[in-house]
Structure formats: C-alpha cells, structure tokens
Design a protein around this ligand. Structure first.
Ligand code: HEM
Ligand code: CU
Length: 484
C-alpha cells in the first residue's frame, strides 16, 4: 500500500521549504505571465513598449519562466520522492536562496543594465550589444544564471546521493535489474525511476550550462579569449533543451503519485514503463541538434539524428504515462475536482503540444518554420497547458483538506477559462507561425496584428484564472504546514 497522502515522512522544516518554493513559484509565475502579456500587447499595437524594453522584458520572461518551471517541478519531485528516500531539506532551502539571489541579479542586469540577449544568451551576443548594454550588465545576468544553476545542481546531487544510498546505484533506481530480468524483486516505484532520469540528465545539462557560462564570462572580461560560436551554440542548446524538458519529467511525478490515490489503484513500474524511461534518458540528451537544423555547417549526421530521434524521444514516456493514466482512471469512479481536472488537462497539453514540436523538428518543415511564432507556439502549448497545470494540480493537492471539497464553483469556472483561453492563446502563436510571422520581433506588420490582439485577450483571461489558482494556494498554505 502506498503511504498516506498526508505524507508523514515530511518534517516541519521540509514542509516549510516546499511551501516557500511553491509560493515563490506561484508569484513569479504570475509576474512573468504579466510580463508576457506586456510583450503580446506591444506586438498587438495596444501598448507602446520601446523595442529596447521589449527585448529586456522578453529576456526576463523567458529566463524567468524556465526558472520557475524548474523550481515548481523540483518541488513536486522532492515532495513525493521524500517517501522513498531520505532527503536533506536544507539543500532545497539553499536552492531557493540561490534562486532568489540569482533572480535579483538578473532583474537588475536586464531592467537596469539593459541586458536583452534572450534566454538563450547565444555567444557572442552578450559581449556584442552594439552599445545597447554594457559588459557589466551581461556579466551580472550570466552570473545570476550561474548561481541559479549551482542551486539546481546541489538539488540534483542531493537527490542522486539519496538514490544511490537507498537503491545501491542509479542503474538500480532506474529499474535495470528488473528491466533486464536479472532480479525478481519489485521494481522501484515510478517516482524513483523518473527522479533518477531527471537527476542524470539535469546534472549533465547543468554542468554543460555552467561551462559555457563561465567561458562566456571569461570572454566578457578578456575579449581576446574567443570561443567557437558553433560549439558555444551546441553547448547552450544541449543545456537549454535538456533542462527545460527535464522540468516536465519532474512535474509528471504528480500524475504518478496523485492519480493512484484518487482511484485507489496502485501505479506500478511495468517493464514497458522502465524501458520507456531508460530510452528517454539517452534520447533526450542527443536530440538537441533539432535546434540547429538551419546551421548548415553542422555535420549532416547530427541533423539526421536530431530529426529521427526527436520523433522517437517523446513517445515512450508519453505513451506509458498516457495509457497508464487511462488504465488507472477507467471505471475507477474517480472524483473529478481541481486536482484531477488539472492533471488531465496537463496530460492533454503535454501530448498535444508535442505534435507541433515534432513537426518543427522535421528538416523540411524547419526550413520554413524556423524562427517563426510556430516555435513559441509549440513550447507554450506544453508548458502553459502541460507543465504549469501539473504544478497547479500539486498546489491544490497539497493544500486540500479531506473533510472539505477541494474545489468550489469558481475554481471550476476558472479551470474552464484557463483551458479555453490557454488553447486560444497558443493556437494564435501557431497560426501566426504557419503564416510565417517571425518570432522575437517587437514590432509587427499590420496584417499580423489581429492574431496578436486576440492572443492578448486570451492572455488576460489566462492570467486571471492563474491568479485565482495561486491565490487559492496562498490562502490555504497553513494546511500544508499543519498536515501530519
Ligand atoms: C499568460 C501567459 C504567457 C504569455 C502572455 C506569454 C507571452 C510570451 C510572448 C509574447 C513571448 C515572445 C514571443 C516572440 O518571440 O515574439 C514569449 C516568449 C517565451 N515564453 Fe511566454 N508567455 C506566457 C506563458 C509562458 C509560460 C508558462 C512559459 C514557460 C513555463 C513561457 C516561456 C517562454 C519562453 C521560454 C519564451 C522565449 C523567450 C525568448 O525567445 O528568449 N511563457 N512568451
Ligand atoms: Cu529541443
């Protein structure tokens, strides 16, 4: 039997840390949605942000959203993994402190110093702003990123340590003995398998990210120290691709843990499940060249690998998760409330969002869609409608009271608004992308503006619904602290 939902294994300090992480996640998420809205309003012609400020905000929005995706995902993973292994919650707290310091550095660098190179900080752009921002601003921004990365690296190392000491190795916590038939013992639970994968790939991503940030910092200080731009781009996209993908693999643990409790049916790691996670562990690391399909100097085989494995990468975990969820829910008499509703939205958003992603990873399509709004279209799809709802579901779940319904009427209305407006918002990006509207343009041509205006209206509605979810979490935080 699974442990009680009220999680006796979390002590008060751990609960406080989780609550603080989620509160920061919720508030920063709303703030970044507001910044995103300002961007869209500017493109719509309804708000006249100067282009300089637009790109500063775009950089803040991108990097901020990626950061909170990781903070929220790590909270989900930490909370549920604590049932199986002993984690030192001081590490999670240290990560939050580093995160907040990093955020302040980045906000200062971007909004005061004017840094605006996008969240991908592609070399040599930080050092070559044509006078738009100074070296110091670039250094503060990159330094902030580095601190945040170090925080998440500590989290990964702590989780990795705990997995190794409880299971005797990462191969074991991935379930290899059961997968390859050398052990008849029960396989590790899905949460342990997923966390192992996350720790392996995120650690590699963070080490690569830290390396290129340090090299870029050296280049800022000593301009004669140059890096091969193509190599830099490869490392950055390896880091960026793996890191943002891993946030979904962290958050999906909410599905593995919460649905079984709702339906009173266990979610066991089958062999297919283990095989899927092992396959994705390697594939997610090698498909990043799909971000470089238009870099024609890249070796041809890397492009082919990027395309072919992009098709196969997402599917194993998606399929075992989707089918597993359906099997568990089918005729279970599941209670439909905010938690289960948001989780189902998340599964839909993740699966549906992968389709336009895979389309864009196809070389002939990419040669048309590259750098159009199709790209923000696909990633907003699985982040706004996939990852973020998983985090909201978790927020409702940890503050639920079993005596009390988790959802009021207005919660359910907000969920409907979020789904409808969220879909409308991402479809506007995709539609504009299909008509070759470029991404990252502060000023749009008159014939594109209608999509921008509709998207702005949808974004307001998304922000209102999300505001309600976060507010509901914040007022009920005492329940999370008191449980157990
Ligand atoms: C109300 C919700 C949101 C709005 C209104 C919004 C709006 C925008 C806009 C207008 C852009 C620039 C598009 C362009 O290239 O022209 C953008 C970029 C981006 N957004 Fe969002 N967004 C929202 C939610 C999210 C979420 C939930 C995430 C991730 C968890 C996210 C991550 C990003 C990233 C990574 C970029 C790329 C930044 C860059 O190009 O450097 N956004 N968003
Ligand atoms: Cu990618």
């Amino acid at each position: 039997m699974r442990p009680d939902p009220q999680m006796p294994s979390l002590d008060v300090a751990a609960r406080r840390t989780i609550a603080a992480n989620l509160a920061v996640t919720g508030l920063v998420l709303l703030l970044m949605m507001l910044v995103g809205l300002l961007l869209r309003l500017t493109q719509a012609g309804w708000l006249g942000l100067e282009p300089d400020l637009f790109y500063q905000f775009m950089t803040v929005h991108g990097v901020g959203m990626v950061g909170i995706a990781a903070l929220g995902g790590a909270s989900v993973m930490w909370y549920f993994l604590s049932q199986y292994v002993r984690l030192n919650s001081g590490v999670l707290a240290a990560n939050l402190v580093l995160f907040l310091i990093g955020v302040v550095m980045i906000l200062g660098a971007d909004l005061i110093g004017g840094f605006a190179a996008g969240w991908t900080f592609l070399y040599p752009l930080p050092a070559r702003s044509s006078g738009v921002w100074g070296t110091a601003a670039a250094a503060w921004h990159l330094g902030g990123l580095l601190l945040i990365g170090v925080g998440f690296l500590l989290v990964c190392l702590e989780i990795g340590r705990a997995l190794v000491s409880s299971y005797g190795g990462l191969g074991r916590s991935l379930g290899w003995p059961q997968l390859f038939g050398t052990s008849m013992a029960d396989p590790p639970p899905p949460t342990v398998v997923a966390s192992t994968m996350v720790v392996i790939v995120t650690t590699l991503a963070l080490v690569a990210g830290a390396t290129i940030i340090v090299l870029s910092l050296v280049n800022l200080m000593v301009p004669s120290f140059e890096i091969d731009p193509l190599l830099a781009k490869n490392i950055i996209y390896f880091f960026g691709h793996v890191f943002i993908n891993a946030t979904i693999y962290m958050a999906v643990i909410a599905v593995y843990e919460i649905l079984p409790r709702y339906t009173k049916r266990p979610w066991k790691s089958s062999r297919v499940f283990l095989a899927a996670w092992t396959a994705s562990t390697t594939m997610v690391l090698v498909i990043f060249p799909h971000h470089l399909l238009m870099d024609l100097v890249m070796p041809r085989w890397t492009m082919v690998l990027g395309q072919v494995l992009s098709y196969t990468n997402s599917f194993p975990v998606l399929v075992v998760t989707g089918l597993g969820a359906l099997a568990i829910v089918h005729r279970s008499g599941i209670r439909w409330d905010m938690v289960s509703g948001l989780l189902f939205l998340a599964m839909f958003g993740w699966m549906a969002g992968v389709v336009p992603a895979v389309v864009d990873a196809t070389i002939i399509v990419n040669s048309v869609m590259h750098n159009t709004l199709w790209v923000p279209g696909h990633f907003h799809f699985y982040l706004l409608l996939g990852l973020v709802p998983m985090i909201f579901a978790f927020m409702y779940y940890v503050t639920a009271d079993r005596q009390d319904a988790t959802s009021e009427d207005y919660d359910r209305w907000a969920l409907r608004v979020y789904i409808a407006a969220g879909l409308g918002f991402v479809v506007m990006f995709l539609y504009a992308g299909r008509h070759s509207v470029p991404r990252r343009w502060a000023v749009h041509l008159p014939e594109w503006v209608l999509y921008d205006q509709l998207a702005s209206i949808f974004a307001v509605l998304v922000l209102l619904a999300a505001g309600l979810f976060v507010w509901r979490f914040l007022v009920r935080v005492p329940r999370l602290l008191a449980a157990g």
